[in-house]
Design a protein around this ligand. Structure first.
Ligand SMILES: [Ca+2]
Length: 516
């Protein structure tokens, strides 16, 4: 029996009891409660202090063009984006920066930090919000998409200082409510829609929710990129050292339209979940297109995402993660329909020469990934750590599934003409027809499995993994094994009607432990 422990709990400090205790301790210190104070007194004092903290938190208002006295105090006196950039020192932990809908032609330069448990929020206002709608100058049209498109002048939002711009939360409030857009006119090196540029490092605890991180590519799968663009750029290499950023949470976001989807030299201890990642390509031969180009990055949880139409390499490891941050946990996702016949899921680059991982690949669905799932390129591509494991995955119409895999694998489901590398004691070979409800079309596909229970179908053929309250859910929130046995693939079969676009809100994983 295996016992694969994922010893890293990304984001644990955001919500841990210890962090909450630290906050309470700091807040209550000036009260000087006597040691025999009644609990009710303490509670009352604590509530009063919370109110005091709340009263101190300020709201700042930004519009595409400055208004009135340009001091950010209301919509009538709103900052422009340039004014926000030059006045970040006024924005304190706990404050909220409201961005009115519209198109901004100046990018946001993040230099100011919130604090643990007291983040700075950057939000689009909704008509249902009491605070921004009560501010002078409110107009209902402010509740519309925020588009940040600075042309060739800068990234739409960027960091380039050590540690600055930590403890921030970006929230578009609705799908793509805030759009950071890399303009087709960009020509500078390594543009990113959300860009951690050279000079940065140490950033931590930054959350993105309902953000559209968009490259210049229109809604197509092949695009002649003018620069090496990425929806998410983490380029923390300072010329001699790889720095890192950590505890980055990306959820309910879209990442699309770049040469790479993610280009990272130092992303660690972070989570990407419930997001759509698609249309990653370059027909410009100067820019090689990968789903993720990964140096020095690890301890990443990638779960409950829909990934499609990437061009060549998928997770592309050019070097292993740094010491203590090498694990990748990839579970509950659907990867489907590469846009190119050489598309693959994961590859080790020639010259990598390191041991990569461990990499845990559980309960994913792979459909039409033509070249390979796990592969290596060139000479000395290194290896996948032998403690890596792949179980409960569906591989349908996929080439060379375990071509280069050094980990273990079992309880996987194969079919549709794919090449199976090695044998599995509990592997399942599919029937002629796919096991999916409806597998075709980027927007119409439904990779939930049919309810048939048979020797050549994936329902009830998986192995039960640990019931830690998280890995045992699928992306729709259905409990794996609720009918007694785990299914293979991203979805547990259920007769319950579910919404096609889920808005799940599970708590970030803590002390994840996978085993059986
Ligand atoms: Ca089942």
């Amino acid at each position: 029996m295996k016992q694969n422990e994922l010893a890293f709990p990304p984001l644990q400090n955001l919500f841990s009891a210890a962090a909450i205790r630290r906050k309470v301790s700091r807040l209550t210190k000036p009260v000087r409660l006597s040691s025999n104070a009644m609990p009710a007194v303490a509670l009352s004092a604590f509530v009063s202090i919370l109110c005091l903290v709340s009263a101190r938190a300020s709201n700042w208002y930004v519009q595409p063009s400055a208004a009135g006295s340009n001091n950010g105090s209301s919509w009538s006196n709103a900052w422009s984006m340039a004014s926000l950039n030059s006045n970040w020192a006024s924005v304190q932990p706990g404050d909220t920066v409201w961005l009115a809908g519209g198109t901004y032609t100046t990018g946001m330069h993040c230099t100011q930090s919130g604090a643990a448990g007291n983040v700075i929020s950057i939000m689009r206002p909704r008509t249902t919000d009491s605070v921004p709608t009560a501010a002078a100058g409110w107009n209902a049209s402010f509740d519309s998409q925020v588009i940040v498109d600075p042309g060739n002048s800068s990234d739409p939002v960027w960091w380039d200082t050590l540690n600055g711009g930590s403890y921030l939360t970006f929230d578009g409030r609705v799908d793509s409510g805030i759009r950071f857009y890399v303009d087709p006119s960009v020509t500078y090196s390594l543009p990113g829609a959300v860009a951690f540029r050279p000079g940065c490092g140490g950033q931590t605890n930054i959350t993105f929710t309902n953000i559209d991180m968009a490259g210049p590519q229109p809604n197509s799968t092949q695009y002649n990129q003018a620069a090496y663009t990425s929806p998410l750029l983490v380029f923390t290499y300072n010329g001699s050292t790889y720095l890192t950023i950590s505890n980055i949470l990306i959820q309910n976001c879209r990442l699309h339209g770049g040469v790479d989807c993610v280009n990272s030299t130092g992303l660690i201890n972070s989570t990407i979940q419930y997001s759509q990642l698609y249309d990653t390509s370059s027909t410009n031969s100067n820019f090689h297109s990968n789903f993720m180009e990964l140096h020095n990055s690890g301890n990443i949880i990638f779960r409950y995402n829909n990934v499609h139409d990437w061009q060549v390499e998928g997770f592309f490891f050019l070097s292993p993660g740094p010491s203590g941050a090498t694990t990748w946990s990839i579970y509950g996702n659907v990867f489907h329909d590469c846009s190119n016949v050489v598309g693959r899921f994961m590859e080790l680059e020639g010259g990598n020469s390191g041991v990569n991982g461990p990499i845990f690949v559980y309960n994913n669905t792979f459909y039409n990934v033509p070249l390979a799932i796990f592969s290596g390129a060139g000479s000395s591509p290194g290896s996948y750590a032998s403690s890596s494991s792949a179980e409960n995955n569906i591989f349908w119409e996929c080439g060379g599934v375990f071509e280069r895999w050094d980990g273990s694998h079992d309880y996987n489901y194969f079919g549709g003409g794919n090449v199976i590398e090695g044998s599995e004691a509990h592997g399942v070979s599919g029937a002629g027809a796919s096991p999916f409800v409806q597998p075709t079309g980027d927007t119409t596909a439904n990779f939930q499995i049919v309810g048939t229970v048979a020797s050549n179908y994936p329902r009830n053929k998986g192995v039960a993994l640990a019931t830690d309250g998280f890995i045992n859910l699928d992306m729709l929130g259905d409990v794996r094994g609720a009918d007694g046995l785990w299914d293979i693939g991203a979805y547990e079969y259920t007769t319950t009607t579910v919404a096609p676009t889920p808005t799940p809100t599970p708590a970030p994983v803590q002390n994840l432990r996978i085993g059986s």
